[in-house]
Design a protein around this ligand. Structure first.
Ligand SMILES: [Zn+2]
Length: 235
């Protein structure tokens, strides 16, 4: 495979140095930019739960580090102990690169790096072999500039599973949401909260396609959950 990586592949990357600033930040425990979310119990659609879920954005001092940690874990899991090869490329090379990797039956993670470049981590025999600490640094270096990390189809994360569906999200704060639930007869009751999550309320939900549900959503000024993207959420 060496032919198409040519000089780029031999370019060395001082992985550890550049990430020190980010690593030095000390995150607190829970995300205070949490997104008001209405969940429904898959086993009983009249059982709802209102909770402020973490924002999961890269730039959040709480969610950002967690997200990067999770990503590094996912990458290590995908490589399953096999050697990890790193190649530093210009973003404009990425399609060619991906096609070549896939044609050879290899797999990859692409992590955007500063200066319109990306780092490819692959099981193809190219570039330099890196270790777990290097993987964490590569993920740390990923700037919050809207470019997404991508990967081979086989290495995509499965959609979240669990007890709850997210019905919708609300821009109202928790106090206002609870007021709406009370006024709409949803009888909010404090619910147990998982570690790192802000207060939760159990609520009674009208049927999904009823006029009452439509009014509840309107009063919560709810938007479609799709606007949040494909990320999962804690159960
Ligand atoms: Zn957050």
């Amino acid at each position: 495979m060496a032919r198409y990586f040519a000089r780029r592949a031999s370019q060395s990357w001082s992985f550890r140095r550049a990430a020190s600033a980010r690593a030095a930040r000390a995150p607190s425990d829970s995300c205070d930019q949490g997104i008001g979310s209405l969940l429904s119990d898959k086993g009983d659609e009249t059982h709802g739960r209102d909770i402020a879920l973490p924002c999961k954005s890269k730039g959040c001092p709480v969610c950002g580090p967690k997200r990067r940690e999770r990503k590094a874990e996912q990458i290590m899991k995908n490589f399953a102990g096999g050697s990890i090869h790193a190649v530093y490329i210009e973003d404009e090379q990425r399609d060619t690169f991906r096609k070549n990797i896939e044609r050879d039956g290899a797999k990859y993670h692409r992590i955007p790096a500063p200066d319109e470049r990306s780092i490819i981590l692959t099981d193809a025999q190219v570039g330099e072999v890196i270790d777990e600490a290097d993987v964490r640094v590569v993920v740390e270096l990923n700037p919050n500039d809207g470019r997404r990390m991508t990967q081979s189809r086989e290495w995509r994360e499965p959609p979240p599973s669990g007890r709850w569906n997210r019905v919708a999200i609300s821009p109202l704060n928790a106090t206002k949401r609870v007021k709406v639930y009370i006024e709409e007869g949803c009888e909010p009751v404090r619910a147990p909260t998982a570690t790192g999550l802000v207060g939760a309320q159990d609520v009674k939900l009208p049927a999904g396609d009823s006029a009452e549900m439509a009014r509840l959503k309107e009063r919560l000024r709810i938007r479609d959950e799709e606007q949040l993207g494909p990320e999962g959420w804690p159960q």
